[in-house]
Design a protein around this ligand. Sequence first.
Ligand code: ZN
Length: 146
Amino acid sequence: MTATTPGVKGHCAHCDITFVLKPWQLNAIAISEPFDCPYCHKVLLLNCPRQLRQLRSLDNLALLRPSMLVLTCVALLVALVVEWVGLISKVGQLNVSLVAILIHFLTLRHARHRHRMTLTLQAVNPVIERPVEHFAGVAGTRFGQR
Ligand SMILES: [Zn+2]
């Protein structure tokens, strides 16, 4: 699925740098897990629900490529058989095949276009994001071990 992920970019609202998101960063965003900006090392989080929905819909698009390939192959085979049986002429078969291939490429082009998006990532304060009690608890157990 790596062939479908390039193109999704992240824009760090803190240092104003746009960078290509790596698959693990995309996974982190998809499950609303904060991660560090590779440039300013601020903790980033996607706060926009619309962009989050858009990102999650990419999983469905990843299935589009193989299913479109099968669909186009079936269309070409049907055109071949129909011409062979004698229902349409050779020119008709050629036209049907060309239309099928055209639809195939247009659909994939549209899918690729949708993949090219930039997510606006807001820098969040990790102290507010994670409860203080968590740190207090960790410190407590460390003191307890000593
Ligand atoms: Zn940054």
